[in-house]
Design a protein around this ligand. Structure first.
Ligand SMILES: [Zn+2]
Length: 270
């Protein structure tokens, strides 16, 4: 592993949503008859990208939420359920790139964990950036291009239709010390990112393979909006076994508590 990797977590705005979308957790979410009128349990659903300045190239993990989420998501109906209602001007991914001092085409590898609208929301910044490799898993690519119409759930074709993808299969070390892990279940081909850092140790970014600490457990707690629940549970255990073997810091996709305990840009891990 190179000794001069620098990794920055870039918060890119927070959605809010009913926790029922994220956790199938009877003890917390489902109401008994005595609680029929209990209000919905809305929680923060923060989003983040990860920027890695590596001696062999600059890598960006995920592409945030779009500035025009309200109109872009309107045909899906999901803008009413996942409003991006807590975001500051400096958090949008295009602002984050500016703070880093880069244009989209300065990124060598744009890796999309999966193509949901809150992970590929600004991937269209790379529509005309031919020198950037845009990477997702083969299964995600086939699923995301395998339907007709504007969207399928939170897959909005306009987010990614014009990108020139390279796809990967199996766990893939994309740069020395930087490995893409196949962790499907949330979608056809959701991936996680393992980064082995000289000082900070191993970090695993789960994206939506694990939403929150309660999803991880143990025991892991599934969700209603999962493409394949059996694969989802298997992926959580795959992450856990790698994390235990490497003593990794596991960074969940949308955990409002955890993100406050992590170092975020301009601070970095190395
Ligand atoms: Zn997702």
């Amino acid at each position: 592993m190179p000794d001069n990797i620098k990794l920055q977590i870039l918060p890119t705005g927070t959605m809010h949503a009913d926790l029922t979308w994220l956790l199938l957790d009877p003890s917390r979410v489902m109401a008994s008859r005595a609680e029929k009128n209990r209000p919905a349990h809305w929680v923060g659903v923060p989003t983040h990208c990860v920027f890695i300045d590596h001696p062999e190239g600059k890598l960006l993990w995920d592409a945030g939420v779009p500035r025009d989420w309200e109109t872009r998501w309107a045909p899906t109906g999901l803008q009413e359920y996942f409003p991006v209602d807590e975001v500051t001007e400096d958090q949008w991914l295009d602002s984050r790139l500016e703070q880093l001092g880069y244009e989209p085409h300065d990124i060598d590898h744009l890796v999309l964990s999966h193509l949901h609208f809150d992970h590929a929301g600004q991937a269209d910044l790379w529509n005309d950036a031919p020198r950037t490799r845009v990477i997702c898993s083969k299964d995600e690519y086939e699923g995301a291009f395998g339907f007709e119409g504007y969207n399928l759930g939170a897959h909005v074709k306009n987010d990614y239709a014009r990108l020139n993808f390279e796809t990967v299969e199996g766990d893939t070390e994309i740069l020395p010390g930087v490995t893409l892990l196949q962790t499907p279940g949330h979608t056809w081909g959701t991936m996680s990112l393992q980064v082995d850092l000289p000082d900070s140790g191993t970090m695993i970014f789960t994206s939506d393979a694990v939403y929150r600490s309660e999803s991880y457990g143990p025991p892991s707690v599934g969700a209603g909006v999962v493409y394949d629940s059996r694969k989802w549970f298997a992926s959580v255990e795959k992450i856990r076994s790698i994390a235990e073997r490497t003593n990794a810091t596991v960074v969940f996709g949308h955990d409002e508590e955890q993100i406050t305990q992590l170092k975020v840009t301009p601070a970095f891990y190395s």
